[in-house]
Design a protein around this ligand. Structure first.
Ligand code: ZN
Ligand code: ZN
Length: 241
């Protein structure tokens, strides 16, 4: 299973009818303070757990789950993860943390039609996504975890509480579903999404020095061309109103 760099492990999503978000594990193994980013899809939780085992990561070292955002394809795998790692804290941006604590599932499903589909497909009950959030993240937070330093960027537009995690020393960006490889960006038609807001978030990302782009879906990029985020923004700008 791929170790992308020292301190970043990658478990690729395995899409089915619904996409399965990629899972990343960040932190130097010697720190015994690892963070799991985005569990992914409910039916892929077992695969993610098995992959973590195969990588030789000790479950006890995983201290928390950090959400890039709380859409179903990123969050629903948490049920299986919590069975194996019940002590893991849940860290979510404050804009999506409070709804999650109150059982407001509009962000999780994005649209009512999708809720019905998931409830039927996976046997999920109404209100299953009410959960305690241990830390409510804010843009500007600096997370010193796993022997690394990650800046939290609040980048709404795809969802209200989307975050990017940026490690300046390694030039790594984990942007969730805000930007992907191949000049693609996240959709901006679901609950809480807003094209004009997404444009501002992409502008914010374009100011970062990024070499390694680790999105929530599709390809990862280990050697991002200079100006990639600016170019992506320029292509999409006419639609982001
Ligand atoms: Zn999403
Ligand atoms: Zn996604």
């Amino acid at each position: 299973m791929p170790k992308l760099t020292e301190g970043i492990y990658f478990i690729p999503g395995r899409d089915e009818m619904i996409p399965d978000a990629h899972t990343y594990i960040i932190g130097y193994p010697s720190s015994k303070d690892l963070s799991l980013i985005d569990p992914g899809l409910i039916s892929r939780g077992r695969y993610k757990i098995d992959s973590i085992k195969e990588m030789g990561i000790t479950f006890e070292d995983i201290k928390r789950v950090i959400m890039s955002h709380t859409h179903f394809d990123h969050l629903s795998g948490i049920f299986q993860i919590k069975e194996e790692i019940p002590w893991a804290e849940l860290w979510v941006h404050e804009a999506e943390a409070s709804p999650l604590e109150q059982g407001d599932e509009r962000t999780v499903y994005g649209m009512e039609m999708f809720r019905k589909m998931c409830e039927i497909e996976y046997g999920i009950k109404y209100g299953a996504f009410r959960m305690k959030v241990h830390r409510k993240l804010k843009g500007g937070d600096v997370l010193k975890i796993g022997g690394m330093c990650w800046e939290v960027l609040h980048i709404p537009g795809h969802s209200l509480g989307s975050i990017g995690l940026h490690c300046p020393s390694e030039k790594v960006l984990i942007p969730g579903d805000v930007i992907y490889a191949d000049y693609a960006i996240g959709r901006f038609d679901l609950f809480g999404a807003d094209g004009a807001v997404l444009k501002e978030s992409l502008k914010k990302l374009s100011e970062l020095d990024v070499k390694i782009l680790l999105p929530g879906h599709n390809r990862t990029v280990m050697n991002l061309p200079i100006g990639y985020i600016q170019k992506t923004l320029a292509q999409w700008e006419p639609y982001l109103v």
